[in-house]
Design a protein around this ligand. Structure first.
Ligand code: NAP
Length: 319
């Protein structure tokens, strides 16, 4: 029986299904393995079901001669050196599509929470600071309805975010390197503009691009300086797409009104000043975290890995 490794705790039904075909080593304890331990546990393993926390770089890959497939339980795969895998004949797969709506929902949760200062207001009530029942000027926030939403990265998830904007009668701008088809633009009621125009016109800027050297610090001090003073920035894509230090400076100076962040540079560590800022809403990389979606993602990842190991083409090949 071939050996497979599941690097973090997944659902028992997924482990049970894989155990019928493979010898399964499952990190049921869910303690993230440091690189040396990951390399050691990969010895003799043919397939790895992994998360974005597991870095598969040249030094690790050099130690796993038997590895045939890395099946990421994620759509993003910036944790994997894909060209190095290709050189070594290792297939890489991901789970696109099945998490679009769940991630779009979370992105909207951050947008709305930042716009209406939900986290700040919640903390105020819990602290017992709410002494007078109503104030005309309490916790004034930004209107979402009829505002302009700018989406940088109008792919699967970006489009799911855009679809939700119609209920709020929003104007939707987007920026991709390539333009959507006319029919998709019409269906989404979205207009492609250059990035600078999007930054200058949007009340809400959402980034939803994959992380790569090309998107590293795509939003930094210069880009934030182009945003409106009432604007809110939402990053539920990947840490590193936004320059967190530049964002902290902008939020401190009230250069923009707020931010909603699900992902961070160097997560789980935060920029040291981020948590003290009232005008930012923070969640711990939970974009696709509904039970239903995570089960579907795990099953998709298991299916991709099984296909490769049984000599079939996986549903979601990256290389
Ligand atoms: P996708 O369908 O590939 O969409 C990515 C979009 O980004 C494409 O429309 C692409 O269009 C655009 N893009 C890429 N590089 C760009 C650039 N330099 N400038 C402007 N646009 C650029 O991917 P997806 O499924 O929507 O997922 C997007 C990312 O979301 C994932 O890679 C992942 O990192 C992140 N994500 C995060 C969570 C979470 O838990 N927070 C959950 C799911 C996904 P062009 O190629 O035309 O530029």
């Amino acid at each position: 029986m071939r050996k497979i490794l599941i690097t973090r705790a997944v659902f028992p039904e997924v482990v049970a299904a894989l155990s019928r075909r493979f010898e399964v080593v499952h990190n049921a304890e869910d303690r993230p393995w440091p690189p040396e331990e990951l390399a050691r546990r990969l010895e003799g393993v043919s397939g790895a079901m992994a998360t974005v926390m597991d870095k598969f770089d040249e030094p690790i890959l050099a130690q796993c001669a038997q590895l045939k497939v890395i099946s990421n339980i994620a759509v993003g795969y910036n944790n994997i050196d894909v060209p190095a895998c290709t050189r070594r004949g290792i297939r890489v797969t991901n789970t696109p599509g099945v998490l679009d709506d769940t991630t779009a929902d979370l992105t909207w949760s951050l947008l709305m929470a930042a716009a209406r200062r939900i986290a700040e207001a919640d903390a105020y009530v819990r602290r017992g600071d709410w002494k007078i029942a109503f104030g005309v000027q309490y916790f004034l926030g930004q209107d979402i309805h009829h505002a302009t939403l700018g989406i940088i990265g109008m792919g699967r998830i970006g489009q799911a975010i855009a679809r939700r904007a119609s209920g709020f009668d929003m104007r939707v701008l987007y920026n991709n390197r390539s333009r959507l088809s006319e029919s998709d633009e019409k269906r989404l009621n979205a207009t492609r503009v250059e990035r600078d125009e999007l930054l200058a016109q949007s009340d809400f800027v959402v980034v939803m691009v994959p992380y790569s050297p090309a998107t590293h610090h795509m939003i930094g001090a210069a880009e934030i300086a182009k945003m409106k003073p009432n604007a809110i920035l939402v990053n539920s894509a990947r840490g590193g797409v936004v320059d967190d230090a530049a964002l902290v400076e902008a939020l401190k100076a009230r250069r923009i009104a707020g931010a909603g962040l699900d992902v961070f540079e160097g997560e789980p560590k935060l920029h040291p000043e981020l948590a003290a800022l009232p005008n930012v809403v923070l969640t711990p990389h939970i974009g696709s975290a509904s039970r239903a979606t995570r089960v579907v993602m795990c099953n998709a990842a298991a299916g991709n890995m099984t296909a490769v190991l049984e000599g079939r083409e996986p549903a979601n090949p990256v290389n």
